[in-house]
Design a protein around this ligand. Sequence first.
Ligand code: 13P
Length: 254
Amino acid sequence: MKRRPLIAGNWKMHKTVNEALAYIEAFKPLVADVSDRDIMLAPSFIALDACEKSLEGSNVALGAQNCHWEDEGAFTGEVSPRMLADVGVTYVILGHSERRHLFGETDEMVRRKIEAVLRHQMIPILCIGETLEEREAGKTLAVLERQLKEGLKGFSAGELKDLVVAYEPVWAIGTGKTASPEQAQEAHAFVRKLLSEMFDEAFAEKTRILYGGSVKPENIVGLMARPDIDGALVGGASLNPDTFARIVRFGRME
Ligand code: 13P
């Protein structure tokens, strides 16, 4: 089954509102003719509203990088899924390794966030991935299995119909060390097999699994050539509109 690719940019803690808007003005024409894949940009929370207006009518969707699981309440410094839906967010990145490792997010918190995002009809992008230590200890598949099963515990295939999973090996994030297409394919095939066991084969076949970790224009074609790699979640290389447009246009640079 052919899945529609998704190329997503995660800006992390980069760009002011004005920088975000200047980027979008430069980026939109570079990808305006791309219709056979989905494109997403995830700016910081404070730039979401302005970016949504700037992206309106374009083929670029808006994503957020995180959210709380409650709709409102005494949670100083947090942003709720209700607020994200209100400004027109389509995708929400959840369980990114930086959230897990730097801010103590647990699998259970990630699961609650997925529930919150679904409650507001947004699309969760569940990030999973092993550290270098875990890979070297031979624990990669066990870590992926735990993060996937705990994060998706209790949901039905119907509830998760638009779910996106992102495999991001922690050792490949921001390090310039991309997983080889073979390493990524092995992890993606494993994730798809798990999804098939947890839900059913049709669900596994239609669910998009993105790769993230030092994706660049130079390695996107090799990654996308693998059968279970359905797109990319791009950090550093999404910060420049020309570079990110080259990644979005993989295989069709004309
Ligand atoms: P880099 O592309 O900078 O390695 O970051 C990947 C990532 O964490 C995307 O979410």
